[in-house]
Ligand binder design. Structure first.
Ligand SMILES: Nc1nc2c(ncn2[C@@H]2O[C@H](COP(=O)(O)OP(=O)(O)O)[C@@H](O)[C@H]2O)c(=O)[nH]1
Ligand SMILES: [Mg+2]
Length: 277
């Protein structure tokens, strides 16, 4: 399956919807995958964000290396870009998030407007937008219906008396380039084409080895430690019955296993893209 088929022509339509929604939004919260903060970002939206407050959320932080997420946050701070980490699996992130918005209220709210701060979540497919909206629904004070002056068909979730969330996320498409495809496919933001599967798995294994996390792999797969991704994939295939009729390792199947395990979170925390030093 090519990228073009997976990201159909509805992209410009989605951007138009987003452009409409943004008219009534004060704060745009852009979700990035904390494991791939570079590849999960779409720089093309810069123009859309003009005049909006913009917060980056390094989401799924429970899957990324905590120290590296910290370095990413410092990196963004150094660029005067608001950024926080988040995960729906640890309550403390929600606390921090709400506290931050409360502290920043006077900065985030347009002056002279006496109404709750309006926020939207945007991001690429599978980054966790719907999950996050549902998460906030459960924390919400009320869910409000259509209001005068507000886009028809849109609902707001009142999280606190001073904060409302648009219940429809803004969908962004990742910027596809030669280098960004593997990280996106690895985290499940786009389907691995059959041809790429092995390349992605080898790249993932290589990253674990480079980061000195071969222990994670050896543990999960009960295989020998090695410093070669190719050998690791061979061991995994051998020990997990990913074999062809002739007894040779079926690398395609072994790669599929690695990808599924990674996406299921069975290979431990890892950040696949580090901030520039
Ligand atoms: N580990 C982890 N997974 C998450 C988190 N938030 C969402 N997910 C998972 O990410 C996947 C995609 O989420 P979804 O909300 O459908 O993404 P959307 O396409 O952006 O709406 C689902 O399997 C979620 O369970 C998180 O904080 N941590
Ligand atoms: Mg969704």
């Amino acid at each position: 399956m090519t990228t073009g088929q997976w990201y159909p022509g509805s992209m410009s339509k989605a951007l138009n919807v987003l452009r409409q929604d943004l008219k009534i939004i004060d704060l745009v919260v852009e979700l990035l995958d904390a494991r791939i903060p570079i590849s999960s970002r779409n720089p093309a939206i810069k123009g859309l964000l003009e005049g909006k407050k913009h917060l980056l959320l390094l989401h799924k932080a429970d899957r990324a290396e905590e120290a590296v997420t910290g370095r990413w946050l410092a990196h963004f701070q150094g660029m005067d870009q608001r950024a926080m980490s988040f995960s729906v699996h640890h309550k403390r992130y929600l606390k921090h998030f709400l506290q931050y918005l409360k502290n920043q209220e006077h900065n985030l709210r347009p002056t002279r407007i006496k109404r709750p701060l309006r926020m939207i979540f945007i991001g690429i497919p599978n980054v966790g937008k719907s999950t996050l909206i549902n998460y906030f629904v459960h924390k919400a004070v009320t869910r409000t219906g259509n209001q005068p002056g507000v886009t028809r068909g849109r609902q707001w979730i009142r999280i606190t008396p001073g904060l409302e969330l648009l219940d429809t996320p803004g969908i962004l498409w990742p910027k596809i380039s030669e280098t960004s495809t593997w990280p996106l496919a690895a985290v499940g933001a786009m389907p691995p084409s059959r041809l790429d599967q092995q390349g992605i798995a080898l790249w993932l294994l290589e990253t674990y080895l480079q980061k000195g996390k071969e222990e994670n792999l050896a543990e999960r797969y009960k295989v020998l430690k090695t410093d070669s991704a190719q050998k690791m994939l061979t061991y995994i295939g051998q020990s997990h019955g990913c074999l062809q009729a002739a007894g040779e390792v079926d690398f395609e199947r072994a790669s599929g296993l690695v990808l599924r395990d990674f996406q299921a979170g069975l290979l431990g925390r890892i950040t696949l893209e580090d901030p520039p030093n």
